[in-house]
Design a protein around this ligand. Sequence first.
Ligand SMILES: Nc1ncnc2c1ncn2[C@@H]1O[C@H](COP(=O)(O)OP(=O)(O)OP(=O)(O)O)[C@@H](O)[C@H]1O
Ligand SMILES: [Mg+2]
Length: 176
Amino acid sequence: VPAPLVVVTRSPEETRRLGAALGRALEPLGRTGTTVALLGDLGAGKTVLVTGLARGLGVPEEVAVASPTFTVARGYRGRVPVRHLDAYLLRSLAELEAAGFDEVGGGGGVTVVEWGDRIAEALPADRLEVTLVLDPDAAPPSPEGPPRRVTIEARGPRSAEALARLRASLSAAAAT
Ligand SMILES: Nc1ncnc2c1ncn2[C@@H]1O[C@H](COP(=O)(O)OP(=O)(O)OP(=O)(O)O)[C@@H](O)[C@H]1O
Ligand SMILES: [Mg+2]
């Protein structure tokens, strides 16, 4: 398993760009199905990152991406299907099953789960985990608020492949 990738973002736009690069890195796995768990406190930037991820997978700008707070899941049509779950308000796995998910991430597409740690037992073992934390120590301070430290970790061989693609695309972008 490769080392985690750590990226500091200094604005919502930078977080969206990182999400878009992550989406593109996941696209080949999206044909058979892949899952990303998003962790981090309220307001850390999980939904902002998912917005970028959806755009990176070809979901048009006109399609709003928002936390599926009152519906367990939202779906967006991109080059591969994107499913967006938020486990914040889920009180139990039974509630998830009642909504038709025995196993999150089964079937094709890219499934992203905000607060994924709350339903970890229902997620595939081989997944990416993206953790966002406010990083008040990252200098220089930004007018948008504290920068976010985003840590991306692979939990298995398929997600490691996507992480390697992401790492390569970010270093290529940095070199230009
Ligand atoms: N570097 C940054 N990256 C992402 N968001 C940022 C950044 N700097 C400031 N923000 C702001 O922080 C907020 C993040 O909100 P967002 O809804 O994405 O959080 P969340 O983690 O999904 O929260 P929740 O747990 O409530 O769903 C937005 O208002 C965004 O504009
Ligand atoms: Mg959110």
